[in-house]
Structures are given as C-alpha cells and as structure tokens.
Design a protein around this ligand. Structure first.
Ligand SMILES: [Fe+2]
Length: 258
C-alpha cells in the first residue's frame, strides 16, 4: 500500500495554478476573527475550518480523539464572513482538513531560513488514502515576497522561490518540503491555506487551472544567500547553547502552523 498522490505534485512537490483574479473579490480576510498561535505572538490565524468547528487552530492530532488533517468542521461565524474564500477552498471537492487565513508580518530572508519547517499533515493518515497537501492562495499583493521551499533544510541549491502577487495559487507538499514565506512587507501578508486530500478530485482541479511545476527561480544575490545561511547557523548555535545551559536538548524546529 502507499498513499494516493497527484503525479504533478509527486514529481517536484509543488504545483503552480493559474493566477486568480483576486481584485474582483471583497477583502473578506479583514472581517474574520483572528487568534494568536504559539509563542511568537506575531503571526495570527483566522480559522475557517477547524477540528471541531471552534475558532482555534490546533492540529487535529492534538484533539481528543486525535485524528489526521481531514474532515475539518466549518466555523459558521467565519464562513458567514468569507463566502468567497470558503468557495475557493471547496472548489476542488477534495476532503478539506484545516482551512485558515494566515496573517504574516514582514520578515527578513534570514528569518525565513530560520523558520523553515516541515508540516505534519499526514500524522495518523491511513496508508492507502490520499496524501494531505496544502493550497496557498495569496490574498494581498506581495510580488516581491516568496514562498520559500527547500528539499534540504540547509542546502540553498535545493531552494525554490515562488513569487506571491495577489491571486497566486500554489499547492505544496508541505510535509516533504522545508518551507516558510519571505515576506518583505511593508504591510502584513494574508494568505488562504487549505489542507486537501490528494485524489482524483484534486487532480481534476489542478488540470482545470492549468497546474504546472515549470518554474524558474527569481534571482537572489549569492552573497545575500551566504550571509543568511551564516546568520541561521549562528542563531541555531545560540539557541542550542541557551537550551543546553538550561539542561534541555534542542528538539529541532517547531511547526508554527501545527
Ligand atoms: Fe507549514
């Protein structure tokens, strides 16, 4: 047995769909209710579908009983405020797990590399069913910001940078890739993130919107990459030393969206 995966997504781990006409829709993300998550206090989320239909963003496996990232329960009060966003998440007809809008404050490239993490979307997902992947629909116009993906966390030659203008639509195997967004700002970035189950419905949706994994990275100065790599190593060493001083082991990066 093995998981059902989309051929295009399985090949490179991401698919870029046709750009959506975001300007034609109301800015529903401003109307939603947001919650802080984890320690940062900076990034906020507005859940549209959660484990039990409540306004919280915890991974479904952290609930009782624990379950995988499928069968999200739509949150009535949020759905009423964002019908366009919900319709877009439901368009593929694939099973939806977590669905939320993220609000991300501006950051630096070194922060992005430090924040790289892999999602845990397929925890408890039964073998033989569809692999959980995530859709990222950029809502604000951030053409100089990048979805940053790496097969190898510390190897910049594996990096994929995908620009995020309004209406950018990307589907990513976020359990495979180390990922984070480099958002240059100056305003917060908003993006609709949806967990979908791979299968024929998602394949048809990808085909309908001309999904492709042909992509050329925008240029980034090699010196900027090198400097950021060095800064990340410095921060990681500092973090490990701080933890060691308190007698704790470094458990590695924590998924900020878990
Ligand atoms: Fe993530």
């Amino acid at each position: 047995m093995s998981y059902i995966k989309s051929a295009l997504l399985d090949e490179k781990g991401y698919v870029i769909l046709d750009q959506y006409d975001q300007a034609a829709d109301p800015k529903e993300w401003h109307d939603l209710e947001y919650v802080d998550w984890k320690s940062s206090g900076v990034t906020r989320f507005a859940p549209l579908a959660s484990a039990k239909g409540e306004i919280e963003v915890n991974g479904f496996w952290n609930h009782t009983p624990p379950r995988t990232d499928k069968d999200g329960v739509w949150i009535e009060s949020q759905v009423a405020k964002a019908p366009h966003l919900v319709a877009r998440a439901q368009e593929p007809g694939a099973n939806v797990g977590r669905c939320r809008v993220i609000e991300l404050q501006p950051n630096e490239y070194a922060n992005t590399l430090y924040n790289l993490h892999q999602d845990d979307n397929n925890r408890l997902n039964p073998d033989g069913t569809g692999w959980i992947v995530r859709g990222f629909f950029n809502l604000t116009d951030d053409p100089e910001s990048f979805m940053t993906l790496r097969e190898d966390r510390f190897n910049p030659s594996t990096e994929v940078r995908i620009a995020l203008p309004a209406g950018a639509q990307i589907i990513v195997d976020t359990q495979r890739f180390w990922h984070a967004v480099w958002h240059k700002g100056p305003e917060p970035r908003y993006c609709l993130i949806t967990s979908w189950e791979s299968g024929p419905e998602l394949d048809a949706y990808i085909a309908k919107h001309n999904g492709t994994n042909d992509h050329e990275n925008p240029y980034l100065d090699p010196k900027a990459i090198e400097d950021a790599q060095t800064e990340v190593q410095r921060r990681l060493a500092e973090r490990a030393a701080n933890l060691a001083a308190r007698g704790k082991a470094d458990a590695g990066p924590v998924d900020p969206e878990a």
